[in-house]
Design a protein around this ligand. Structure first.
Ligand code: FAD
Ligand code: UDP
Length: 381
């Protein structure tokens, strides 16, 4: 069949590759001048450092099939993300662990003592935390919440943590040992030469043609037997019901010599520091050596029509609009909406690949059965 993939990020590349291997003819369009979507990496012209152009990307997963999949296309080297945070004039280790607790309170607690101590700080009257703030107050108490989460989250999301779902904070563990690995997944690493060569290798198949600098025109959808669309869900319908809310990011680049901050990611917990974090990119490739260094100061703000959508804001208002867009998508035959923008969800890279593999499989099953491929393999609701 003649299939169109909109977007040359991980979603488009993985679905395209798997269907090309089954003999389908694949056309992939991307409005940008490069492949890789938001995982795109490139060498900084001034310093030679590998830069994560759309923000830091660390690969971590428990999904062995996905880990084997990415390793078939590039070599991954060991990388552990050890995030630090600057707050109230001191530097601490994240996610909150025994070192953070002992340093913050000036104590020498052992694991069980720290657990018991945090219970004395926590608001145990909150039995079923609904909001980000309730989740924080219930599990770490007001002092650690104020120092590490309140200001950062207000900057990141542009609203009070009272209005955000508890699920956002549940992404971060609290550890009662000295493990400062930000992620707890079995498989972690960084592609030796960045993500873009990995995605280039995925796209390297005779059945795949890629057109860059080419925006998708929905009127051309009927030229294909099926379309997989990884652009913004509301964008497909020309935003006719209004815009789904996103946060966008501004990256302020600065460079110099040597080592600027001694780690890849330094968060800033104080509300009056306007940026959320600084990433020093050479620390993402610890096996390389560079005299120069390049850093991005990262600022979050509301996403307007001309900005790059980064984080979907899934509050009550957006969920109502999302429900209406999902209904429109389900009434659009011949198109499947995929990926982080097409399904309006925050998806890590491993989840994106898992869903892309499942989508390609579902398409093959529907083709064999002669049934219609649904608008969503994974519902955004
Ligand atoms: P995208 O990468 O967004 O690709 C979509 C592509 O479609 C884009 O290239 C876009 O140009 C193109 N497109 C859109 N509309 C059109 C159109 N109409 N016509 C033509 N082309 C179009 N995941 C991790 O696992 N670890 C991390 O550390 C991590 N860090 C992240 C940090 C940030 C700041 C963000 C925002 C995300 C992070 N992620 C991370 C998630 C990761 O970026 C996503 O999993 C991944 O990018 C999803 O791939 P995708 O193909 O679905 O979407
Ligand atoms: N967070 C925070 N302080 C930090 C790091 C994270 O308050 O130093 C909050 C913030 O609201 C963020 C959420 O915890 O959105 C989840 O953290 P994660 O590191 O997963 O953020 P992301 O990778 O999405 O930027």
């Amino acid at each position: 069949m003649n299939l169109l993939l909109v977007g040359a990020g991980l979603s488009g590349a993985v679905i395209g590759r798997n269907l090309a291997e089954q003999g389908h003819r694949i056309t992939i369009l991307d409005g940008r001048s490069h492949i890789g979507g938001n995982c795109h990496t490139e060498r900084d012209a001034e310093t030679g450092v590998m830069v994560h152009v759309y923000g830091p990307h660390i690969f971590h997963t428990d999904d062995e099939e996905v880990w084997n999949y990415v390793n078939a296309f590039t070599r991954f080297l060991p990388y552990k993300n050890r995030v630090k945070t600057t707050s109230q004039g001191a530097v601490y280790s994240l996610p909150i662990n025994l070192h953070t607790i002992n340093q913050f309170y000036g104590k020498t607690l052992r694991p069980d003592e720290a657990r018991a101590f945090l219970e004395t700080q926590a608001d145990t009257s909150i039995t079923d935390p609904q909001s980000f703030e309730e989740q924080a107050l219930r599990f770490v108490g007001p002092d650690l919440y104020e120092a590490f989460f309140k200001g950062y989250t207000e900057k990141q999301w542009g609203c009070s943590p009272k209005d955000l779902p508890a699920a956002i904070l549940k992404r971060l563990p609290v550890r009662f040992n000295y493990d400062d690995n930000y992620f707890f997944h079995r498989f972690q690493g960084m592609p030796e030469n960045g993500y873009t060569p990995m995605i280039e290798a995925i796209l390297d198949h005779p059945g795949i043609t890629v057109h860059l600098d080419t925006m998708f025109d929905p009127d051309t959808a009927s030229d294909y037997d099926h379309v997989f669309y990884s652009g913004p869900l509301d964008g497909y319908f020309d935003y006719r019901l209004g815009r789904l809310g996103y946060r966008t990011l501004d990256f302020e680049r600065f460079s110099g010599q040597g080592d600027y901050q001694g780690c890849a990611v330094m968060n800033y917990g104080d509300r009056d520091t306007p940026w959320t974090r600084i990433t020093e990119h050479k620390h993402f490739s610890p096996w390389e050596s560079h005299e120069g260094t390049v850093c991005y100061r990262e600022y979050a703000r509301e996403c307007s029509a001309d900005d790059i959508p980064y984080y979907p804001i899934r509050l009550v208002e957006e969920k109502a609009l999302l429900t209406d867009y999902v209904a429109l998508a389900e009434a659009t035959p011949g198109v499947t909406f995929v990926g982080r923008l097409g399904t309006y969800r925050y998806l890590d890279m491993d989840v994106t690949i898992r869903e892309a593999l499942d989508t390609a499989r579902a398409f093959l099953d529907h083709t064999t059965e002669g049934s219609a491929m649904p608008a969503f393999v994974k519902s955004p609701l």
